[in-house]
Design a binder for this molecule. Structure first.
Ligand code: GLN
Length: 532
């Protein structure tokens, strides 16, 4: 049977529970254990796919087409654990399945209640993630902060779970805040004591505390936390702010977190090796010898989480090219007001990411026109590719009112439109073209040059497609369709021929980039940006 680590958070949100979970995964994987990581989200949406990025941040898509929480992106970037639909559960998913069972009559005669029906359902979802997969350790992160009404059923479920599997088979790691109070020149342990107290009230005694701090904690402070929170002294870890998130596994390794976890889970100690991670990722990220500036032109610029995987993939490209990544976040609506010249002049490369809805579209198209005409390396992703097709149709093929039917239903040139099967779809949840699809590359092309192979698989999340009827006329004007679905029906990658590097794809390459294995399109885009 797998062993379990439950990760909860206290005091405030945004403490980096996702990165903590991913880093613990990395640490244990480096010791040779097979791990998986699961996220429990306490909201009522079945998945985050119907939420606005301002509400939720990026929607991360995995191979099987599930729209998931962005923490699964961290899990995939830090570890080799393969994510599937069971790796992200939500209150919505849990209730949906309980209510479906109730309607079917599975509980006939019973009053269906939060305890035990919802909690049992949660427990069975937690067990499912390792089922038949030969997993040694499951890391299960509970979203939200202890004390939230919403996360109570999850906490009750893990309390029961821990009691059921017994000591040594499941532990709880609580991620908490130890603030530094400037006026008193002291760190304060009280919020952590209260937060652990809150957990104990619902029957959970954490075994390990990960204390987020501005600066490392002294031995004395750790002793105090250990005493008041009833955890072993070697189980009080500090997690001071770091320059780069990829340092966190090293930080935990230094404090012996792996050893403490294995002791508490009654597993045999194994030495781990993170030297490759340290040398190939962290050192290179912290000490690059060059600098490159990339403009990301989107519409959720004030929220870092909205384009999380894009920013991470750019960082990976910086690491791969030995360059410090200077990301310029540019609001496409601002380009509409002030013009592309003013905002984009001097950048080394331009990236237009995915998105939905009309707002800011014309600004993205202007940014793309600037990249095409001024020979600035360009990477377009999903909506970014659709905008590049619109811009090419308007600016090169002379189809002045070309558009996507998403933005203009009556455009005379619907270069981007819905396939017949999508026109029939009315429901909004999980009805897009989602998940991994194969793609065939044309050679020679910039795409083939990047991947070095003809058959690739990439993840999608969109409704609209390049209208294949325009392929031939656009190719005559210098567009190259360098990637298609194997049956040639769908256009997956386009390039502009007479340009140093102009590549746009219908899929999301950012979801498959890793710090030690940068995605080829990001790598070559940034390489070209450094040269031009
Ligand atoms: N809105 C576009 C579509 O639905 C693009 C989606 C995206 O960029 N993820 O096809």
């Amino acid at each position: 049977m797998a062993k379990y680590i439950f990760i909860t958070g206290g005091v405030v949100s945004s403490l980096g529970k996702g990165i903590t979970s991913a880093s613990i995964g990395k640490l244990l994987e480096s010791k040779g254990f097979k791990i998986t990581i699961q996220k429990c989200d306490p909201y009522l949406n079945v998945d985050p796919g119907t939420m606005n990025p301002f509400q939720h941040g990026e929607v991360y898509v995995i191979d099987d087409g599930t729209e998931t929480d962005l923490d699964l992106g961290h899990y995939e970037r830090f570890t080799s654990a393969a994510m599937g639909k069971e790796n992200n559960i939500t209150t919505g998913k849990v209730y949906h399945s309980v209510i479906t069972k109730e309607r079917r009559g599975d509980y006939l005669g019973a009053t269906v209640q939060v305890v035990p029906h919802i909690t049992n359902e949660i427990i069975s979802h937690i067990k499912k993630v390792s089922h038949g997969k030969d997993i040694d350790i499951v890391i299960c992160e509970i979203g939200g902060t202890v004390g939230d009404i919403e996360s109570l059923p999850f906490l009750e479920a893990i309390r029961q779970f821990k009691q059921h599997v017994g000591k040594g088979n499941a532990i709880n790691i609580h991620v908490t805040l130890v603030p530094y109070i400037k006026a008193a020149e002291e760190v304060k342990t009280k919020p952590t004591q209260h937060s652990v107290g809150k957990l104990r009230e619902i029957g959970i005694q954490p075994e390990i505390l990960v204390c987020r701090t501005e600066r490392p904690l002294s031995k004395k402070v750790k002793q105090k936390i250990s005493l008041f929170c009833n955890v072993d002294e070697d189980a009080v870890m500090d997690a001071p702010d770091v320059k780069d998130i990829y340092e966190v596994p090293l930080l935990f390794q230094k404090q012996g977190l792996g050893k403490t976890i294995l002791r508490l889970l009654e597993m045999r100690y194994k030495e781990g090796d993170l030297t490759a991670w340290r040398d190939k990722v962290v050192k290179r990220a912290l000490h690059p010898s060059r600098k490159v500036s990339i403009a990301v032109v989107g519409k959720y610029m004030e929220l870092n989480d909205a384009y999380k995987s894009i920013y991470e993939a750019l960082k990976h490209a910086g690491v791969a090219n030995d360059a410090r990544m200077d990301i310029k976040k540019i609001d496409s609506e601002e380009i509409e007001e002030k013009g592309a010249d003013r905002l984009l002049k001097g950048v080394d490369g331009i990236l237009v990411p995915g998105g939905f809805g009309t707002r800011g579209i014309e600004g993205k198209i202007k940014a793309i026109k600037f990249a095409r005409e001024k020979n600035v390396p360009f990477l377009g992703i999903c909506l970014g590719m659709q905008c590049a097709v619109i811009e090419f149709a308007r600016g090169v093929c002379g189809l002045k009112k070309a558009n996507s039917t998403e933005f203009d239903k009556s455009t005379p040139y619907p270069v981007i439109s819905l396939l017949e099967e999508q026109k029939r779809v009315k429901a909004m949840g999980a009805t897009m073209r989602l998940g991994a699809y194969p793609c065939k590359l044309e050679k020679p092309s910039k795409a083939y040059e990047a991947y070095g192979k003809e058959k690739i698989s990439e993840r999608h999340r969109h409704r609209y497609e390049f209208d294949i009827h325009y392929k031939r006329s656009m190719e005559k004007e210098g567009l190259l369709v360098s990637g298609t679905s194997p049956d040639l029906r769908l256009v997956e990658i386009i390039e502009v021929k007479n340009h140093p590097w102009f590549v746009a794809c219908q899929f999301h390459p950012e979801f498959k980039s890793k710090p030690d294995d940068c995605h080829p399109l990001f790598k070559n885009f940034v390489r070209k940006a450094l040269k031009t």
